[in-house]
Design a protein around this ligand. Structure first.
Ligand SMILES: NC(=O)c1ccc[n+]([C@@H]2O[C@H](COP(=O)([O-])OP(=O)(O)OC[C@H]3O[C@@H](n4cnc5c(N)ncnc54)[C@H](O)[C@@H]3O)[C@@H](O)[C@H]2O)c1
Length: 394
């Protein structure tokens, strides 16, 4: 039996376009042959942008009126990729419409907003997934699998990072990302969401923030011209204040007892986009860096003679997660990267809708990440430790 899914995307900016790319290429997965993915509508108040994205990615329609779009019975599943301050406005409407929902991280701006949204998602009978795209990179997924299988023993020390340089240029536009009110956090939340999620994915839940330091290095920026999206965009001559962090250094403790350092910067000049996780355990260590997203490094105690001892570099291939569904050719090492993660996450969303099952990255995953961000904000403000206080859904 074929399942027909008519897809809409709300938000045609940077992440919305990545979702469009994901839907467009989802049929690379052989097991989705029984899903008829129809690229239906791109919705964005910026109609010109919506039209351009629809045309480029092969969606049939473009609209500006999001409420009318949500009322349409012609859409079965919706991706939402809007600025963080709009999550709490739009996600409840999508959930109320009964359509399947694939939302972008972080899910609101605060742990309270995230808890409220997670509660709404929990009550829905539709699929409600969240795009923690980095988990779908074959190299990180393979590392997590190896760690789960005991490759490094009991983990005691963790290093996770996200270095990016999208904000390193002070003449870059003061988009919603630089407003604490609109974003809920600077590097700590925008890119930290991924690094914190990756650390929890590999190691397990963080139980406490031991220490947190937040710094705003570039304190003002030119205001954006109308229609600016993503990290680029035209600016005006007027300037405004940056009200969130460029750099966040967070020390954490995990449920299992390991300690970890999470280092986040959006002004890491010369490192455009690197998410990493490194874990040290009783039996060895493992390392992943998204700059080489199709591989990970593994060192295992006592497996080689001293003269040739050292970490091994493992190139992902058909035996690793996601690889077969996203790689252009079926051989190890042909290369998978950031783009393929969006294909893999959309494939997983489509499978969950077809099979009517819960997605592994869902609103509770987002809530667990937001708990760490909330505690990091609290620890930075009070200069003390902060327990992860996950607000309980009502
Ligand atoms: N998973 C990832 O790797 C990843 C990457 C980038 C962004 N994101 C997430 O995706 C979401 C969107 O981020 P983005 O980078 O695509 O943002 P963006 O600024 O590039 O695009 C936002 C879009 O929302 C539209 N929009 C609709 N209503 C709006 C309003 N009232 N005000 C302003 N814009 C409005 C804009 O026209 C624009 O097209 C965020 O929650 C972000 O955290 C995730």
């Amino acid at each position: 039996m074929t399942t027909t899914l008519r897809i809409g995307i709300i938000g045609a900016g940077m992440a919305g376009q990545a979702h469009a790319f994901g839907y467009r290429n989802a049929m690379m997965a052989r097991d989705l042959a029984d899903v008829d993915v129809q690229l239906h509508t791109i919705a964005d108040p910026n109609l010109e942008l919506a039209q351009s994205v629809a045309k480029r990615y092969g969606f049939a329609n473009a609209v500006a009126d999001i409420d009318a779009f949500l009322a349409s019975p012609e859409i079965d599943a919706v991706s939402v990729a809007l600025p963080n301050h709009l999550h709490a406005q739009i996600l409840p409407k999508v959930i109320a419409s009964g359509k399947h929902l694939f939302a972008e991280k972080p899910i609101g701006r605060t742990r309270e907003e995230a808890a409220w949204l997670a509660d709404l998602a929990q009550a829905s009978t539709a699929v409600t997934g969240v795009g923690f795209s980095f988990r779908r990179l074959p190299g990180l997924a393979a590392l997590a699998q190896a760690v789960e299988n005991g490759a490094v023993g009991q983990i005691h020390t963790v290093r996770a990072w996200y270095n990016a340089d999208y904000a390193a240029d002070p003449s870059g536009a003061l988009s919603w990302r630089y407003s604490q009110e609109q974003s809920g956090g600077g590097a700590l939340l925008d890119i930290g969401a991924h690094a914190i999620d990756a650390a929890q994915f590999v190691v397990g839940p963080v139980s406490r923030v031991l220490n947190s330091t937040l710094r705003t290095v570039i304190t003002e920026r030119p205001k954006p011209a109308a229609g600016a999206i993503g990290h680029g965009g035209a600016t005006t001559s007027e300037r405004g204040p940056v009200t969130n962090d460029d750099v966040a250094l967070v020390t954490v403790e995990f449920d299992g007892g390991a300690v970890g350092q999470i280092s986040l910067s959006r002004i890491a000049s010369g490192i455009p986009n690197s998410l990493g996780v490194e874990v040290f355990g009783s039996e060895g260590h493992a390392l992943f860096d998204s700059i080489s997203a199709g591989e990970f490094h593994l060192f295992q105690n006592g497996t080689a003679a001293a003269a040739v001892n050292g970490p091994r570099r493992i190139f992902t291939g058909p035996e690793h997660p996601y690889f077969n569904d996203v790689a252009a050719m079926p051989g190890a090492g042909v290369g998978t990267g950031y783009a393929e993660a969006f294909v893999a996450e959309i494939q997983e969303f489509l499978r969950c809708v077809r099979d009517n099952r819960t997605m592994d990255t869902n609103f509770n995953t987002a809530l667990a990440m937001m708990g760490v961000v909330g505690a990091a904000l609290e620890a930075a403000e009070t200069n003390t430790t902060a327990d992860i206080n996950h607000p309980q859904p009502a």
